[in-house]
Design a protein around this ligand. Structure first.
Ligand code: AMP
Length: 284
């Protein structure tokens, strides 16, 4: 039976009780409007733990002014059905006022990792994420938490934060899950019109092209970025926020691909901001 919890105190008491019983708790934090990408994370959590907790909370602290906090898609009934189907034990859906009361004043901020990729155009994003994930860890008290590699920079930020703050939670990365046509699954895909779909797909096509070029022996990042840009800019509705080839740990730019590196990109398709990424591995 799926249990839903709204109160922070009740979540903490429930986590304490599960730990007393010797249960291993896996946690998947989400903003809801669940899709197969989220479900793939839940399946990982289900495999490694006795109790699977999923949180659904659209976190205002990670949206900047003018971003889509108000319009972010929400479907609580549909989400609960999917959680039942995935045999989730607890869905934790705290209220905004419980997480951020008027008296709230603390944030968790990283010095360096957010100064790359998404952090440049979304300056409050990673502080918002690091803060809410810390708080959620203190409520759900998980042994392990699963995050998607779709949000690769976010995964690095969480790993760094857990290490720096000595949080006793194992962080597990789970592969990027795609639609059958290759589009990276995202709750924001819901905003795309059918006419925008080919433009949105150009992110994946550019990633595939980059992989192919690197496999064929091309190691000059500038050349690969230029080819990838051509694919994306063929659609007038696309505006590139960033398209970067960078170190997998530090996210510093890499000029010559002489080891596995990360290609990461963010593109606004019409008004919809999409991200994608892939590891590029030099051919042998
Ligand atoms: P969100 O609800 O967008 O905040 O995402 C919650 C979690 O699901 C994060 O760890 C995301 O990285 C992960 N996630 C979202 N989309 C995907 C996807 N297409 N593949 C894998 N993980 C995903």
């Amino acid at each position: 039976m799926l249990k839903t919890i709204q109160s922070v105190t009740e979540m903490q008491q429930c986590a304490d009780e599960l730990r007393r019983q010797g249960k291993r708790i896996a946690f998947v934090p989400t903003m809801g409007f669940l899709h197969e990408g989220h479900l793939s994370l839940m399946r990982v959590g289900r495999r490694i733990a006795d109790e699977l907790v999923v949180s659904i909370f659209v976190n205002p602290a990670q949206f900047g002014p003018g971003e889509d906090f108000e319009t972010y898609p929400r479907d609580m009934d549909g989400d609960l059905d999917l959680c039942r189907q995935e045999m989730v034990d607890i869905v934790f859906m705290p209220s905004q006022s419980d997480l951020y009361p008027n008296t709230y004043e603390t944030t968790v901020r990283l010095d360096s990792l957010p100064n790359h990729l998404c952090g440049i155009s979304r300056p409050v994003f990673f502080t918002g994420v690091a803060t809410v994930v810390t708080k959620l860890f203190n409520m759900v008290k998980p042994h392990a938490a699963v995050f998607g590699e779709k949000d690769y920079q976010q995964l690095l930020v969480i790993r760094q934060m857990v290490q720096d703050l000595n949080l006793d939670v194992e962080i597990i990365g789970s592969p990027l899950f795609r639609e059958p046509d290759g589009l990276a699954m995202s709750s924001r895909n819901n905003y795309l019109t059918p006419q925008q779909r080919p433009a949105a797909l150009s992110l994946y096509r550019s990633v595939c092209k980059a992989r192919e070029l690197v496999q064929s022996g091309i190691s000059d990042s500038a050349q690969i970025i230029s080819e990838a840009q051509k694919i994306i800019c063929a659609y007038p509705e696309n505006e590139i926020d960033y398209l970067s080839i960078c170190d997998m740990q530090t996210l510093d730019k890499v000029e010559t691909i002489d080891r596995p590196v990360l290609m990461a990109l963010a593109v606004t398709v019409g008004t919809v901001r999409l991200i994608d990424n892939s590891i590029l591995e030099p051919g042998r």
